[in-house]
Design a protein around this ligand. Structure first.
Ligand code: SF4
Length: 322
């Protein structure tokens, strides 16, 4: 009998492909056979370079939360992660050599985590070289470039610091960069985007911020389970009042109506929960304004005023009328 990945039979392999596609939200887009064909060719291990600039490594940690064994980890086992400062066993000159060799080879997927200092290159040096230079050199021969997390996509938290963190797009003009924001990145978004690329050899359809529509094509508010309370003007003001437990978090600073992401459907930590369902307002981490323009995070501010004005003007219709 022909064996596929890790000794799986064809039947089990196809079953697994169906599960993978459903897990990362691709089952409406591709057939199981298409996913299977892509994964079989991925057995050649497409090389991946993961660069970290000004970051907290939160996206790396999110990426590593893949539980083993899972369908997702099976895919990733088949990807050759050639360079990742936090994960690779090599260090010093050996690690830099791994990067150089992979760049020479070309045709890799480049994942960028963290922002790039705009004020002075010395704020982020790796192996004695400016991170900006390393990123530009690595991007030249990349087959696909994926920016992960709020810092690489929009500048993120470093944007508001003296380093003036810039997004990957600012230092790679003319390159198509697939943006996977949120803070941190959702690992389903990473796996799904790589899988989409393996199946089609191109980027998924993107919105105006270069985010895949399959993950960022709907607002958090659209799918929020507190939505009926928003429609009825029932806003939580006291977390200690049991009556208000499930009420809308707008007055606690929720940015859900202006935030585009599938968090309420996909949820986090293997689908266990997400911010709003655990009682915390959405902070808009998939949007360019995170977190500077979105502040204050746990109170009403200009974003809340804007949302209330839109609601008053009938621009946010009730869910039953939507
Ligand atoms: Fe949910 Fe926030 Fe919208 Fe309220 S404002 S319904 S908490 S997304």
């Amino acid at each position: 009998m022909v064996k596929f990945f890790d000794g799986l039979s064809r039947r089990d392999f196809l079953k697994l492909c169906g599960t993978v596609a459903a897990t990362v939200g691709l089952s409406d887009l591709f057939t199981v056979e298409q996913v299977a064909a892509a994964l079989k060719s991925a057995a050649k291990k497409p090389p991946v370079i993961w660069l970290e600039g000004q970051d907290c490594a939160g996206c790396t940690i999110s990426f590593l939360t893949i539980e083993d064994p899972t369908p997702a980890s099976l895919i990733l086992d088949k990807i050759s992660l050639r360079y990742h400062e936090s994960v690779m066993a090599a260090s010093g000159y050996m690690s830099e050599k791994a990067l150089e060799d992979t760049i020479k080879e070309g045709g890799y997927v480049l994942i960028v985590e963290g922002s790039i200092p705009d004020a002075d290159d010395r704020f982020c040096m790796v192996g004695g070289r400016p991170f900006r230079e390393i990123l530009q050199e690595t991007a030249r021969k990349a087959k696909a470039i994926i920016a992960v997390g709020a810092c690489a996509t929009y500048g993120g938290i470093p944007r508001g610091t003296p380093t003036k963190g810039a997004p990957a797009s600012a230092v790679l003009p003319g390159k198509t960069i697939i943006n996977l924001p949120t803070c941190p990145v959702h690992m389903d978004h990473v796996v799904g985007t790589i899988l989409y690329f393996l199946v089609t050899k191109k980027a998924p359809p993107l919105d105006k911020l270069n985010r895949p529509l399959m993950y960022f094509g709907m607002s958090v508010h659209e799918n929020c389970r507190r939505r009926a309370h928003f429609d009825n003007d029932e806003y939580l003001t006291d977390w200690n009042d049991p009556k208000q437990k499930d009420w809308c978090l707008l007055e606690k600073g929720c940015k859900g109506p202006e935030t585009y992401s599938d968090c309420p459907i996909r949820r986090w930590n293997s689908g266990i929960n997400f911010c709003i369902d655990s009682g915390a307002p959405c902070q808009g981490c998939s949007e360019p304004g995170f977190y500077t323009e979105q502040s204050p995070l746990y109170a009403m501010g200009t974003v809340t005023d804007r949302i209330l004005a839109k609601k008053a003007a009938g621009l946010i219709p009730r869910k039953d009328n939507a």
